[in-house]
Design a protein around this ligand. Structure first.
Ligand code: UDP
Ligand code: MG
Length: 311
């Protein structure tokens, strides 16, 4: 019989956890040919979340929990949950019921019978989130897609069910700064997208502030791209072009100005621009070496196998 591990990162979720547990239990009971386990990961909550989780384990043997010693972030909680999951299918869900449990059945069908390795929810809209946050996230995904060469759908969240092969691949990426959306995209595997409507969280507050979202966005870019390290190269090239233009200005100013008035300032400016340009170019070269070393230090797998035959 199949086993689905439901992994739930929880940070100060006492207001919504019981409801989450009730509604999700109800939905998984509709999946006939699979049993499930709940793996709650308490990410250093300061409310009664750990006590609640403890009480779940008394009530229901399918419930397990891990408590962190402090807040390590959702990505760390997801990793811990996945590492301790024993199911042959694993699914990540938010505790606030923004990931509709009613989709679990359809997700299971997709990975079980339709030949997909993964089935992920795709938010159709961003109801319940501010306009500015909306706009910024759209811009962020466009930039990320362009510079990281990763296929990351806007609206793709962490709500996804995957088979064991993909779960093991995700676990093989042991980097400390984990940007899960990028990791899912990096490991590959076939993914079916199921659109769903975003809803307000059932209770409690979102844990994201603008500052943490900004840090998260930066994590995303820096974990998967060394493009920022090349920025100084572009700046260097621009400075050199500007230096050349100024130098030409200096040379030809002699044609329409008397020799004595030839603008010596232009020559100086051109020189300064050139020196800065050269410096920037060398910074970019240094950046390339450092970024290569940085990517190496993640010890990412060189390839990820999906299947074999005939060995
Ligand atoms: N979460 C977590 N650690 C954190 C922040 C959030 O484990 O430091 C969990 C949180 O309990 C919830 C999920 O991650 O289950 C999504 O968080 P939230 O609803 O605050 O994010 P949003 O839906 O606003 O993006
Ligand atoms: Mg939420």
């Amino acid at each position: 019989m199949d086993k689905i591990s439901i992994i739930i990162p929880c940070y100060n979720e006492e207001k919504v956890l019981s409801r989450f547990y009730r509604e999700t239990s109800k939905e998984v009971s509709k999946i006939r040919d699979a049993e499930c386990e709940f793996i709650f990961v308490d990410d250093g909550s300061r409310d009664h979340t750990p006590d609640l989780l403890q009480s779940f384990t008394y009530m229901d043997h399918r419930c397990k929990f891990i408590c962190f010693s402090r807040n390590f972030g959702k990505e760390a909680a997801m990793y811990a949950g996945l590492k301790n999951a024993s199911g042959n299918y694993c699914v990540f869900m938010d505790a606030d019921l923004q990931h509709p449990p009613a989709l679990l059945k359809e997700m299971y069908r997709a990975v079980k019978t339709e030949g997909y390795d993964c089935c992920a929810g795709l938010r159709e809209d961003r109801t319940g989130e501010g306009h500015v946050r909306n706009l910024l996230s759209h811009a962020f995904y466009r930039i990320l897609g362009r510079i990281c060469n990763l296929d990351m759908a806007d609206g793709a969240g962490d709500f996804r069910m995957m088979n064991r092969a993909m779960a093991d691949a995700v676990l093989e990426l042991r980097e400390y700064n984990r940007y899960m959306k990028g990791i899912f995209s990096f490991v590959g595997f076939s993914t079916k997208w199921i659109p769903f409507r975003n809803t307000e969280r059932a209770a409690g507050e979102s844990k994201w502030s603008f500052r943490s979202l900004f840090r998260y966005a930066l994590d995303g870019i820096l974990s998967f791209s060394s493009a920022p390290a090349s920025l100084s190269g572009a700046a260097g090239a621009l400075l050199l072009i500007a230096s050349l233009v100024t130098f030409l200005g200096f040379l030809f100013s002699g044609y329409f100005l008397p020799e004595s008035d030839r603008n010596i300032v232009l020559l100086l400016v051109s020189l300064i621009l050139m020196l800065h340009g050269v410096q920037m170019l060398f910074l970019a070269i240094l950046g390339q070496y450092i970024s290569r070393d940085y990517m190496e230090s993640k010890h990412r797998p060189i390839y990820i196998e999906k299947r074999r035959g005939g060995f």
